[in-house]
Design a binder for this molecule. Structure first.
Ligand SMILES: [Zn+2]
Ligand SMILES: [Zn+2]
Ligand SMILES: [Zn+2]
Ligand SMILES: [Zn+2]
Length: 847
C-alpha cells in the first residue's frame, strides 16, 4: 500500500475512514466541547454534529498524534500540525486507540481497516505521548534541547525516542523492530544464519550510565551523546561502539523474547511461520488494559519495552484470538495473561476453540480484584508494580507446569408456563428437552419471520424451519419406532405441506405461521402423551412441591436402569456401577447444554446472590465501582445486608443435590459452593484445610474432583478467611448435579459471573485440562518482599471476627456489631457516592 498515485488520493478523500464523536478542548483550555469528527483522506473535519453543513478542517499532511500523558485516564490525545494543536478526548481507551491508528495511517498512506489486524503494530511508527522529563532531554530529530525546565515534549512509549512536538512528524519510522523486514539492511548474515544487530538509540541516557566496553561514565546532560541498545540495554560510548560485538545478545529476557528475525514471513492464511530455532519457548503476553483501574496500560507499555512489541497484545483491543491466531503455528509457546480471573478464563476458552491446549502453557500476572486462580498457581493475589516485570519474566521461565481441571457447567431449564406464544399453550413443563429445543428453535424462526420486513430473511428462516421440521419429524418417528408408539399419531404431512406453500402476504404469513406452530405443538403434545419419558422423575419436580417430588423419588416405580442407578446410594460407590453411572450422566447430559466453563468455582444461593447484586450495581453505576477499594466496600455492604435479611434461608428446600449420582441430604443452608481450586472469593480456603484426612482427600485442581460445601451464611464465609471450618463439608466427587425445584429461579455464579438460573438441572462435569505455569519455590522470597511492601499501603478494614464463634451462635452483641458495621459501611458508601457525583459533575462541566 505504499503506492499513492493521485487516483488513489482522490479515492481516499471521497471515503470517510473514521468518524464519530469526540470531546475537543476549547482554546480557553479549561472546557471540553462535544464535536463530530470525520477523517477523510489527509483532512480531519469537525462540526457540532454529523448533520452540520459547515465543518472546520485540519490538514494532516504534516501531523503527529500523541497520547496526552502517561497515565491518560481520560483517553485524551493530541493532533499536532505545524499550525495548530488539537486536544481530543475519546469515550474509551479502545476508541482513542482506533482514532490514533486511523490518524497515523493517514500519514502512512495505508488503508485503515478497524476490523483487520492492526498492521500499525508492525509499521515502525513511534507511539507518542506528551510528557515532562526530570533531566535535560534532547530531541532525537533536531538534537536541540526540549524546552522548559522540565524538558516538555513527546516521548515514544516503546523505545523512548524523544522529540519536539514540531519535530515528531520528521522522525523516521525507526521504533523498536518487530519483524525481520523492519530490521532492513542492518541484518547480519553469516554461516550461523541470520542474526540481529543491536538497535541503537542515541543519547538521553540515565544518570550514572556506564559504558559496557570501558566501564567509564557515559552520556551527557549538555548534548545528545552516546548510545543505548533497545534490546540488550547495553550502553556504549560513541568511540567504544566499534569494539562491541555486532550481534545483539537480547539481554535478560532472551528466553521470552521473540526476536524480529523469527518473524519473517506470513502464511497465506495470515499466521506467522515460526521456523527460527532461536526462540524455543516464546511468550505471548496478553494484557487486559482495563484490569485494576486501567493499571493494565502501564504493563502493556512496559512489556513492549522489554520484549518484541509484536508479542504483546491488549485483550481490550482485539481479544485473545488476535495473538493466538498469529502465533498458533509455533510448536510450543507460553502465554502470560495479565488481568483478573475473567481474562484468564477468556483466553482459556479461546484456546479451547482453537484446540491449542497441547502446545501452550499459561501463566497469570494478577491485576484487579478476585484472582483466586492466580493465587493457587502461586502468582499471588495482586501485582500492581510494573517495576517487577523483569523478575516476573524470569520466574515464568523457571515455572513448572501443572494441569488445571476445567469443568463444563451444563444446564437444562424446565420450560416455563409464561413463554410468549401465539397459540394457546398447553402446559409444556414436562416435555422432554429434545423436543422442547425443537419447539424453541422453531419459535425463534417463526418470530423472525413475523418480525421481518425483508423477503430474504423470511425465505432463509423458512428454509431453516423446514429443515428443523424435517429433522424433528425424523427424530420423532425414530423415537416412535424405538418406543413402539404408533407413528400415525404424528402428523408430519400436514405441517410439511403448510410449510412449502408460497406466502402471499404478511397477514397470511402470520396465519400460516400460527397454524404451523399449532400443528407443531400438536405434534409435540401428541408425542408426549404417547411417549414414555425416561426422565420424568426429574422433570415433574417443576411443580414446586418438594414433598411431592420426594415422594416421587421414593415411591414411583423406576422406569429404567439408569434411574435406578441415580437413586441407589449403595450401588453408586461400587466399581461395577461406575459404567452405568457414566451412562446415566451421558443420558442426563443429552438433556443439558453447556452454559459456560468453570475454572474456579460454582455457587448457588447466597454468595451467588451477592455477586449478582454486585454485578448489577456495577452495571448501573460503573463509576461507583471503579476502584478496588470501592468494590470491597460494596461487597461488604451487600454481604452485611444479606446477613441481616437472611434471604436464602432454607435453600435446601428449593434445590436437590446429587454427587456422583448419589442424592445428598442437605442440612438447613443458604447456599452451596462447588470448588475446583482451594481459593474462593478472593482468597478464602472454603474447604477448610489443604490436607488429606479420614473422610476426604487433599483438595487439588488437577485430580478431576470437585469439593462441595454448604454455605450457612455470610458470617461463615468471612470466618473462613480466619480459621479452617470443616463442619460444612458435603462431598468430594467427580460430578455434581443440582436440581432447582419450584417455579422460581435461583441465583448461581460461575467464577464470579452471576445470573438467575430458572428451575431445572445444573450439572458440572469434567471438560478438559489446561497446562498452567505455576510458581517455582525459589520465587517465594521475592513474592514475600512485595507482600511486605503492599502491607504498607492503606487497605479498607475488614470486620475482625472472633475466630472461636461461628454463624450459628451469633450473639446479640455480635449482631449489633454487624449492624453497626453496616451503618458505617453505608456512610462510607454515601461518601463514595458523593465523591463520584462530584467527579461526574466535574466531567460534565468540562463537556
Ligand atoms: Zn527537535
Ligand atoms: Zn518508538
Ligand atoms: Zn543489543
Ligand atoms: Zn566506553
Amino acid at each position: 500500500m505504499t503506492e499513492n498515485g493521485e487516483g488513489n488520493e482522490q479515492e481516499k478523500s471521497r471515503k470517510s475512514v473514521k468518524e464519530g464523536l469526540l470531546l475537543k478542548q476549547t482554546s480557553s483550555f479549561q472546557r471540553w466541547k462535544r464535536r463530530y469528527f470525520k477523517l477523510r483522506g489527509r483532512t480531519l473535519y469537525y462540526a457540532k454534529d454529523s448533520k452540520s453543513l459547515i465543518f472546520d478542517e485540519v490538514d494532516l499532511s504534516d501531523a503527529s498524534v500523541a497520547e496526552t500523558s502517561t497515565k491518560n485516564i481520560n483517553n485524551s490525545f493530541t493532533v499536532i500540525t505545524p499550525f495548530r494543536k488539537l486536544m481530543l478526548c475519546a469515550e474509551s481507551r479502545k476508541e482513542m486507540e482506533d482514532w490514533i491508528s486511523a490518524l497515523k495511517s493517514v500519514q502512512k498512506w495505508e488503508t485503515y481497516e478497524a476490523s483487520q489486524f492492526n498492521m500499525e503494530h508492525f509499521s515502525g511508527m513511534h507511539n507518542w505521548y506528551a510528557c515532562s522529563h526530570a533531566r535535560p532531554t534532547f530531541c532525537n530529530v533536531c538534537r536541540e534541547a526540549l524546552p522548559g525546565v522540565t524538558s516538555h515534549g513527546l516521548s515514544c512509549e516503546v523505545c523512548k525516542f524523544k522529540a519536539h512536538k514540531r519535530c515528531a512528524v520528521r522522525s523516521t519510522n525507526n521504533c523498536k523492530w518487530t519483524t525481520l523486514a523492519s530490521i532492513g539492511n542492518d541484518i547480519i548474515e553469516d554461516e550461523d544464519g541470520v542474526s540481529m544487530p543491536h538497535q541503537w538509540l542515541e543519547g538521553n541516557l540515565p544518570v550514572s550510565a556506564k559504558c559496557v566496553v570501558c566501564d567509564r561514565n557515559c552520556g551527557s546532560v549538555r548534548r545528545l551523546q552516546d548510545w543505548r541498545c533497545l534490546w540488550c540495554k547495553a550502553i556504549v560510548h560513541n568511540s567504544c561502539k566499534e569494539q562491541l560485538g555486532k550481534v545483539c545478545p537480547l539481554g535478560q529476557c532472551k528466553v521470552s523474547i521473540i526476536p524480529p528475525t523469527a518473524l519473517n514471513s506470513i502464511d497465506s492464511d495470515g499466521f506467522w511461520k515460526a521456523t527460527s530455532p532461536s526462540c524455543s519457548s516464546p511468550l505471548l503476553v496478553m494484557v487486559n488494559s482495563k484490569s485494576g483501574d486501567n493499571q493494565g496500560v502501564k504493563f502493556l507499555r512496559r512489556f513492549k519495552q522489554l520484549l518484541n512489541p509484536a508479542q504483546v497484545f491488549d485483550l481490550m483491543n482485539g481479544g485473545p484470538q488476535l495473538g493466538l491466531r498469529l502465533f498458533q503455528k509455533f510448536e510450543t509457546f507460553r502465554i502470560l495473561v495479565c488481568g483478573g480471573d475473567g481474562s484468564v478464563g477468556w483466553v482459556l476458552s479461546e484456546l479451547d476453540k482453537l484446540s491449542l491446549h497441547k502446545q501452550c502453557q499459561l501463566g497469570v500476572l494478577p491485576l484487579g480484584t478476585g484472582n483466586d486462580l492466580a493465587r493457587v498457581l502461586g502468582w499471588g493475589g495482586l501485582c500492581d508494580d510494573d517495576a517487577q516485570l523483569l523478575q516476573i519474566l524470569e520466574k515464568l521461565e523457571r515455572a513448572t507446569t501443572k494441569m488445571l481441571d476445567r469443568w463444563s457447567v451444563m444446564t437444562y431449564e424446565v420450560p416455563t408456563k409464561q413463554t410468549p406464544a401465539i397459540v394457546k399453550e398447553e402446559d409444556p413443563s414436562d416435555s422432554p428437552l429434545q423436543i422442547t429445543q425443537y419447539a424453541d428453535s422453531v419459535a425463534t424462526h417463526l418470530t423472525k419471520i413475523l418480525d421481518s420486513d425483508k423477503h430474504s430473511d423470511v425465505i432463509s428462516s423458512c428454509a431453516m424451519l423446514n429443515e428443523k421440521l424435517d429433522s424433528l419429524v425424523k427424530a420423532l418417528s425414530e423415537d416412535a419406532n424405538a418406543q413402539l408408539v404408533p407413528s400415525g399419531s404424528i402428523s408430519p404431512d400436514e405441517s410439511d405441506s403448510d410449510q412449502s406453500r408460497p406466502f402471499r402476504s404478511r397477514e397470511q404469513l402470520m396465519l400460516r405461521a400460527n397454524s404451523l406452530k399449532k400443528a407443531l405443538r400438536q405434534i409435540i403434545d401428541q408425542a408426549e402423551k404417547e411417549k414414555v419419558v425416561p426422565q420424568n422423575c426429574l422433570c415433574e419436580q417443576g411443580d414446586g412441591k418438594k414433598k411431592k417430588a420426594e415422594d416421587q423419588l421414593k415411591e414411583q416405580p423406576l422406569i429404567n436402569i439408569n434411574c435406578i442407578n441415580v437413586h441407589n446410594t449403595a450401588l453408586a460407590h461400587t466399581k461395577g456401577t461406575k459404567k452405568a453411572l457414566k451412562k446415566t450422566s451421558i443420558k442426563n447430559l443429552l438433556q443439558c447444554t453447556e452454559k459456560c466453563v468453570m475454572n474456579n468455582y460454582f455457587g448457588i444461593g447466597l454468595d451467588a446472590k451477592i455477586s449478582l447484586e454486585f454485578n448489577n450495581k456495577r452495571d448501573e453505576h460503573p463509576k461507583k465501582c471503579s476502584s478496588r477499594t470501592k468494590n470491597m466496600m460494596w461487597y461488604g455492604v451487600l454481604g452485611t445486608k444479606e446477613l441481616v435479611q437472611k434471604t436464602y434461608k432454607n435453600l435446601e428446600q428449593r434445590v436437590q443435590l446429587e454427587c456422583d449420582g448419589v442424592p445428598m441430604s442437605l442440612p438447613s443452608l443458604q447456599g452451596l459452593a462447588v470448588l475446583n481450586i482451594p481459593s474462593y472469593a478472593g482468597g478464602i480456603n472454603f474447604w477448610g484445610g489443604t490436607k488429606e484426612d479420614n473422610n476426604f482427600g487433599a483438595p487439588s485442581f488437577d485430580d478431576k474432583k470437585l469439593e462441595v460445601v454448604a454455605v450457612f451464611g455470610s458470617m461463615q464465609m468471612a470466618m473462613s478467611r480466619v480459621i479452617n471450618l470443616q463442619h460444612h463439608r458435603i462431598a468430594q466427587c467427580r460430578q455434581v448435579k443440582i436440581t432447582i425445584l419450584g417455579d422460581e429461579g435461583v441465583p448461581v455464579q460461575v467464577d464470579g459471573e452471576a445470573w438467575i438460573q430458572p428451575p431445572g438441572i445444573v450439572q458440572i462435569v469434567h471438560k478438559n485440562r489446561a497446562p498452567m505455569l505455576t510458581r517455582d519455590r525459589a520465587f517465594e522470597s521475592t513474592l514475600k518482599s512485595w507482600e511486605d511492601k503492599r502491607k504498607g499501603d492503606s487497605r479498607p478494614a475488614r470486620p475482625r471476627l472472633n475466630s472461636q464463634q461461628s454463624m450459628e451462635y451469633l450473639s446479640e452483641e455480635e449482631c449489633a456489631q454487624v449492624q453497626q458495621l453496616g451503618l458505617v459501611a453505608d456512610t462510607l458508601i454515601n461518601r463514595c457516592v458523593c465523591v463520584c457525583l462530584y467527579e461526574e459533575s466535574m466531567t460534565s462541566t468540562q463537556m
